[in-house]
Design a protein around this ligand. Structure first.
Ligand code: HEC
Ligand SMILES: [Cu+2]
Length: 380
């Protein structure tokens, strides 16, 4: 009798906990990006090369994220979504957390009661029951209902994240060990490790890989999707606000997996159009004498076997496109800020900065490296 009462009480508690979680779904902000009340994110240290001088002079190789002292908006979190899809995922996360916490608490409470009440006493043997149909039905039904609710919530969120039939911007992202390549539909350029997207426009992306399985994830823009060699996966999202967001590989892909990150700059449409136009242009001609010498020297080195600089003889495909390298905020897939000191460090020995990455160490005299740095930083 008491046991049945306990079970019924447990069922009521579990179901009561499910209800507010389901109701949460209706509080999801409407999927119009403009209505997202989140304040505009201020791009942080990693986002703007201009703010680099504020860093202490010593940490030449300090990893980008580690060198930003405060937990700024560059720390990606699914709890601070910046797209309607990201908000749907946050809602689902909280719903599941509430339901499963309810289950855990209910189990612990019942367990405690049972332990105290039916603990071993030498004098009496507990009454043995067997084959109580009511109890068996109840304890089969409760988990079934809970799982059905979780299933319903998950399917609903998956539906909300479905890729729309037509999107305004489309790009392809390719995972490489250990960097990212981006190519926009209708454009003729490739770029690496940093992309710009327009706010409030629905974006879709084809996700590919050239080597192992990587996974594309910009936590604030929505879900993560695997990048699989020989297979195209797709993802779609609508960036809500202007800002800078960190993306990362979320499928272990080797030694430098943690240094396989990228930046998404969400711009106004005008800024985005300007960026696209800039990227389309071939590389700028060097002006400073040091840079002119660097442009000359780079053609005599192995760089062109792996890197493309459009408008020059360099047309390699194994490494990031460097046509507009100077306009990037970071280098080495967000391993370092893009500053002349860090670039020098990279060119002196990329293996020291990012061990086992696919750019070999190339011995060069210091004055030649300085010329390369002058040239590459001019490639805005
Ligand atoms: C064997 C191929 C190869 C050669 C040769 C090579 N690189 Fe690289 N380079 C790469 C790869 C691969 C990466 C990406 C490494 C990573 O982030 O994991 C890279 C990254 C870079 C980057 C950083 C780009 C970014 O946006 O993150 C620069 C700059 C660069 N290389 C310049 C050079 C220069 C200059 C030379 C010639 C002196 C050169 N590379 C020679 C393969 C090569
Ligand atoms: Cu990866």
């Amino acid at each position: 009798m008491t046991r049945r009462a306990l079970l019924i009480a447990a069922a009521v508690i579990a179901l009561a906990l499910c209800l507010p979680a389901v109701a949460l779904g209706h509080e999801t902000p409407s999927p119009t990006p403009t209505s997202t009340p989140t304040p505009t994110l201020t791009p942080t240290v990693i986002a703007s090369p201009a703010s680099a001088p504020s860093a202490a002079p010593s940490p030449v190789v300090a990893p980008v994220a580690a060198s930003s002292p405060a937990q700024g908006p560059d720390t990606p979190s699914i709890l601070r979504p910046e797209s309607p899809g990201g908000a749907d995922i946050k809602t689902l996360t909280i719903q599941i957390l509430v339901i499963l916490s309810g289950v855990a608490i209910t189990v612990w409470v019942i367990l405690t009661i049972v332990i105290l009440r039916y603990r071993h006493r030498p004098e009496a043997e507990v009454r043995q029951t067997h084959g109580n149909l009511t109890i068996e039905i109840i304890w089969t039904a409760i988990p079934a209902v809970i799982i059905a609710v979780l299933f319903f919530l998950t399917i609903r969120t998956t539906g909300q994240l479905a890729i729309p039939a037509s999107t305004q911007v489309h790009f392809a992202a390719t995972g490489h060990r250990w960097w990212w390549e981006f190519e926009f539909a209708g454009a003729t350029f490739k770029t690496a490790n940093e992309i710009h997207l327009p706010a409030e426009q629905t974006v879709s992306a084809d996700l590919l890989s050239t080597d192992v399985i990587h996974s594309y994830w910009v936590p604030q823009m929505g879900g993560k999707v695997d990048m699989i060699p020989g297979h195209i996966n797709r993802i779609s999202f609508t960036p809500a606000t202007v800002g800078t967001f960190l993306g990362e590989c979320s499928e272990y892909c080797g030694h430098q997996h943690a240094n396989m990150r990228f930046l998404v700059f969400v711009d106004s449409s005008a800024d985005f159009a300007r960026w696209m136009a800039d990227e389309q242009r071939p590389a700028r001609k060097p002006t400073a004498p040091e840079a002119v010498a660097g442009a000359e020297f780079i053609t005599t080195m192995a760089c062109g076997g792996c890197h493309t600089i459009r408008g020059t003889s360099l047309a390699g495909e194994k490494g990031p496109d460097l046509t507009h390298f100077g306009s990037r905020a970071t280098l080495g897939a967000v391993a370092l800020r893009n500053t002349p000191e860090n670039l020098t460090r990279w060119l002196e020995d990329p293996q020291a900065v990012k061990p086992e990455n696919l750019m070999p160490r190339i011995q060069m005299p210091a004055d030649r490296i300085a010329q390369l740095v002058a040239y590459l930083e001019e490639l805005k």
